[in-house]
Design a protein around this ligand. Sequence first.
Ligand code: HH2
Length: 299
Amino acid sequence: MQHLETENALRPGSGGASSRTRRRGARRFSFSALDAPAILGVLNVTPDSFSDGGRFLAPAAAVTHAREMARGGAAVIDVGGESTRPGARPVGRREEVRRVLPVIERLAGLRPLAIDTTKAAVAERALAAGAALVNDVSGGADPGMLPLVAERDAAIILMHRRGSPRTMQRHARYRDVVEHVKRFLAERAEAALRAGVRGDAIAVDPGLGFAKNLGHNLALLARLDEITALGFPVVVGASRKGFLGLLLGGAPPEERTEGTIAASLLAIAAGAALVRVHDVAPMARALRVARAIWRVRRP
Ligand code: HH2
């Protein structure tokens, strides 16, 4: 599996910043070079994440967990220093950098690293320290984010959400959630291309649980093919989310692994390229079985 490409491997016509503006020798991430479908392992370096808050706040614990996820089958590790759960308190830029930077520095080279942030200033430090992707749950809302990603020749995951973690559940109202999310993601991907981000460095994500109720989450999963039809790799993050708890009679986050795997596999069957999960090893085992079956059906 090859994740990182050299400058020379850029496919002609894939768009992006001119080679003059790219940092020389920068290692690059291409979604097209991923052995998709693949797993994005979640590493929350936070005290308050909804399912694993506080477990990986110490850098040593975070690094150990990242290594476990890499061994378990994660193709990419997603490092985050700010919880986005409904009601979460915002974290200042300095504190976010303080949490993630030591971890990114120690993990550089293990797997391609994503920095899960909405702040361009945090992304800048993380990219300089070795991250190759930005995972932006705001879809690149910070005016500095898309130009930064283009200038650093990095990759970006553009997610749909409405409002902030404190207000988002108030915004869970749509005439047609799939149409709305699709239009938003198409517009943000266009904005990324216009800013100079390479075409094969852009992925989109419907943002399960972000200003979405149970019906919205199910509609997005059931009609995911409408999102994959945009032509960009699709990332899906169902892992341990509240809607799974609702479907499982109020099961707490630690009892949502099977639900996560079911939702993630169905997302992959509908064309998702990456699934973002906490429980990497069980997900990877399920994916191996599914892949064996799909290989026979579609050689
Ligand atoms: N979900 C969460 C955080 N980042 N990124 C993408 N691309 N897609 C998602 O669905 C997504 C995401 C929320 O999950 P988690 O990181 O486990 O919780 P918290 O935000 O409380 O840290």
